[in-house]
Design a protein around this ligand. Structure first.
Ligand SMILES: NC(=O)c1ccc[n+]([C@@H]2O[C@H](COP(=O)([O-])OP(=O)(O)OC[C@H]3O[C@@H](n4cnc5c(N)ncnc54)[C@H](O)[C@@H]3O)[C@@H](O)[C@H]2O)c1
Length: 334
């Protein structure tokens, strides 16, 4: 049995109290769904900046139990909200953020208040409530543009956007202000899966393309199609959060920052053909797609691929979904 399966069966037998910030968002709602299915008590916080009530409704319906979930409709920029949520919590999974590189350039103060001040409010509230651990979403964006090849956590960092600067600030704050509680930062690569919002130009490419394909709309590739990304299915992100939350102090001594991806690079041209293939498996008869190529966008990095050795060795993290499997699940549930 893997460490994750082992943990899941232990958790089902023992309810803890969890806080999930950004609970109405894409990743947050999957954390809620999984934790509630494991008989855990969850307090979610969300101010609905980008989150949606329907994400939560769907998560709770899938989990089949609403009674052990409580939502605080509030903003992590408000310290009192953060303190109220953390009171008596065992674990905090901090996901809330302004999640957009382009928007962080357009509204750097909003980025800073949500992603730095809001982060600090949650870290300090978790610390003062003496929770067992504080796990937070960082991002591969902290690396900036790197030469092709897997990136290790100790690679030189070169944040290229206000969003990436804020994510790095959170990592550093977690190391100097934890007050002895366990903290772990997860540098997610490109997450995808059901409930990822396709409606904004800032959204993840998989959610946008699956939606455009479904509607028969033209598809755009920014750059020459050779840009690579490490796409990670949302259930593997959930896995990493649960493993990191339950990791003991000794496990985290070798470093508290982990890459969370698959380690497999996929370029955008290949991604498009995999999406079309997965869509055909679900809805036969979909025609070939010729994308339109547009110039790369400011702040977009050329290559991004994780070395996940540290998470594998120390947390027992093992991605469970290939891109083809994850895409099929994403398209079926869309
Ligand atoms: N999706 C990815 O590929 C990816 C990659 C790297 C890192 N991340 C990180 O993962 C986390 C979750 O991202 P997601 O993709 O689910 O995005 P999302 O936009 O779907 O979810 C973010 C949630 O946070 C909420 N939120 C934002 N500001 C808030 C505030 N001030 N107070 C309370 N709630 C607030 C939003 O309403 C939303 O529900 C974020 O921290 C993001 O930076 C995501």
């Amino acid at each position: 049995m893997s460490r994750y399966e082992d943990l899941r069966s232990n958790l089902s037998a023992r309810p803890f109290r969890w806080v999930v910030t950004g609970a109405a968002g894409f990743i947050g709602s999957h954390l809620v769904e999984n934790l509630i299915s494991l008989n855990q008590h969850v307090t979610g916080i969300d101010c609905f900046l980008s989150g949606k009530q329907k994400n939560l409704d769907e998560a709770l319906a899938n989990a089949g139990n609403q009674s052990s979930f409580r939502l605080i409709k509030g903003d992590i920029r408000d310290m009192e909200i953060c303190r109220e949520a953390c009171e008596e919590a065992d674990f905090v999974l901090h996901q809330a953020a302004l999640v957009s590189v382009p928007r962080s350039f357009e509204e750097p103060h909003l980025n800073n208040s949500c992603n730095v001040t809001g982060f600090l409010n949650m870290l300090i509230s978790a610390r003062d409530a003496n929770v067992r651990s504080f796990v937070f979403a960082s991002s591969a964006a902290v690396y900036g543009d790197q030469p092709e090849g897997p990136i290790r956590e100790d690679a030189p960092l070169a944040p290229m956007s206000p969003y990436a600067v804020a994510k790095r600030a959170g990592e550093l704050y977690s190391q100097v202000l934890s007050g002895g509680i366990r903290t772990a930062g997860l540098r997610y690569m490109n997450a995808y899966g059901p409930r990822q919002d396709p409606s904004s130009p800032y959204s993840g490419v998989i959610s946008i393309w699956t939606e455009q394909l479904r509607k028969g709309q033209p598809l755009v590739i920014y750059g020459d199609g050779k840009t690579t990304r490490d796409f990670v299915f949302v259930d593997d992100i959930v896995q990493a959060n649960i493993l990191a939350a339950m990791a003991d102090q000794k496990t985290l001594e070798g470093g508290n920052i982990f890459n969370i991806g698959t380690g497999v690079p996929t370029d955008l041209d290949r991604l498009l053909s995999l999406i079309v293939e997965a869509a055909r498996n679900v809805r036969p008869g979909i025609a070939d797609v010729t994308p339109r190529y547009m110039p790369a966008r400011v702040g977009d990095i050329m290559h991004s691929r994780a070395d996940i050795t540290l998470a594998r060795k120390t947390l027992g993290y093992e991605p469970l979904y290939t891109l083809a499997q994850g895409l099929e699940k994403t398209i079926i549930e869309a």
